[in-house]
Design a protein around this ligand. Sequence first.
Ligand code: HMG
Ligand code: MG
Length: 295
Amino acid sequence: MDKVKLVEMGPRDGLQNEPAQVPTAVKIELVQQLAECGLTHIEVASFVSPKWVPQMADGSEVLTGLSRKQGVVYSALTPNLKGLEAALAAGADEVAVFTAASERFCQKNINCSVAESMARFEPVLQLARERGVRVRGYVSTVLGCPYEGDIAPAAVARVAGELYRLGCDEISLGDTIGTGTPNKAIAMLSAVRQEVPLLRLAAHFHDTYGQALANLYAVLEQGLRIIDSSVAGLGGCPYARRASGNVASEDVVYLLHGLGLNTGVDLDRLVNTGRWISRQLGRENGSKTGRAWNS
Ligand code: HMG
Ligand code: MG
């Protein structure tokens, strides 16, 4: 059966914007439960400035406190060499650099231009390669920017291509504010795949306008096979006000299994994990499947 790789964002993208500090033990428990659901790629932490994103300040404790499950890749965001060194010391299996298709978002998010971000990433990629650690590259605002509005597919393709040529193994395309619709997603992907092989591209769609599943279906039809999602639809972005979380993992798994695509995920367990973390955070469950599922 055709397989889709899911990259679970809940512990990182999902929690980074949570207003109350989430205890480290709850983060660790979340990651462990997600691994038990059959998720094999989990983004667990961010090694960014704790002044910018206080919620992610305990990344080292989360990574070192985990009971690791064999075969699971535990990854972390590393915007610069300082972040990479901390992530490696804590035992991250994979790291990710992140930039944007729009200049203004890049400035707000990582305090530099897109060109400067590439210069910062060069030594990150070099050291990661020396250590045999895979690197993912994120491009934000691929279907719209909160400051610049519409973003041309060619601009996304240019940035994605640059990350790929720098040595990123996989490029994740972020609809940061969830404004995309299916035809736009297809146009964007068509431009990007001229620069980066399709099977190295991931869809990272936030669900602010309720379009994420429709957009995912559109890019799946084009042959994309890596999807980022967040259990219970947790999350948002500190530099994109009103952005809601990634598309909910439970809803994505339900869609994929319905399409006959294999994920390796136990949906029943995932629903229970989504309910558990929603209770822990005192949040309404952001997954429709999570609310409807009878288990
Ligand atoms: P900067 O201020 O330009 O960096 O920040 P700097 O090198 O001038 O350093 C300033 C201070 O930050 C110094 O501390 C550094 O030590 C410290 P001070 O001397 O003032 O006490 N610092 C660090 N501390 C810990 N870890 C580090 C680190 N680097 C510097 N790695 C920086 C540049 C990128 C660090 C900053 O802008 C930052 O942390 N931004 C936060 C970005 C972020 O986490 N955004 C959210 C994640 S991205 C996202 O959600 C989008 C995504 O999901 C895709 C999508 O949906 O589109 C991936
Ligand atoms: Mg995101």
